[in-house]
Design a protein around this ligand. Structure first.
Ligand code: GDP
Ligand code: MG
Length: 162
């Protein structure tokens, strides 16, 4: 089986950077300002012999729809199509109210959700992750998408679910 993995999270947490690393392309636009990936973008990758498809999405959790709608339509659609969800948060910014809202939606899903605490380069992984245990998701991984730290271990766990 070639699982479809949706990347979701607030703008600027590093979803497109991770997409590029997982697909070894530069297709996703990485930006220093939030909200640049407006639609969904699909790419294929492999870990060893195990293939997967990843879906990059625009940001969720800070949409103009406000607090009643933590996920935008395109992110919800990506999540609906996916076999697993990789929920990215920013280990430097720490836990935000938007993260909490998105997590409460994702916890209801009947599919595996993995929490990637990104931007842990230069941080002690356990310290960076400490805040995020409160999200109630049991599979946490400290990563640095920009450098590759932790990405392989996380993908190994994600793909083992299939
Ligand atoms: P997106 O909006 O979630 O798709 O985030 P992007 O991938 O566009 O990245 C937003 C910003 O975070 C860019 O300036 C990236 O270079 C930066 N970034 C992404 N991953 C990392 C990381 O692992 N460490 C650090 N320090 N910065 C990162
Ligand atoms: Mg992006």
């Amino acid at each position: 089986m070639k699982p479809v993995i949706a990347l979701v999270g607030r703008p600027n947490v590093g979803k497109s950077t991770l997409f590029n690393r997982l697909t070894r392309t530069r297709n996703a636009i990485v930006a220093d300002f939030p909200g640049l990936t407006r639609d969904r973008q699909y790419g294929d990758g492999k870990l060893g012999e195990r293939p997967y498809t990843v879906v990059d999405t625009g940001g969720i959790g800070e949409s103009e729809e406000g607090i009643d709608r933590p996920m935008t339509d395109q992110a919800l659609q990506a999540v609906g199509e996916a076999d697993a969800v990789l929920f990215l948060v920013d280990g430097r910014a720490g836990l935000t109210a938007a993260d909490q809202q998105v997590a409460s939606e994702l916890r209801k899903l009947p599919k595996p959700v993995f929490l990637a605490v990104n931007k842990t380069d230069g941080l002690e992984p356990e310290t960076a992750m400490a805040d995020f245990y409160a999200l109630g998701l049991s599979d946490l991984f400290p990563i640095a998408a920009a450098h590759g730290r932790g990405v392989r271990a996380m993908m190994d766990a994600v793909l083992t679910a299939f």
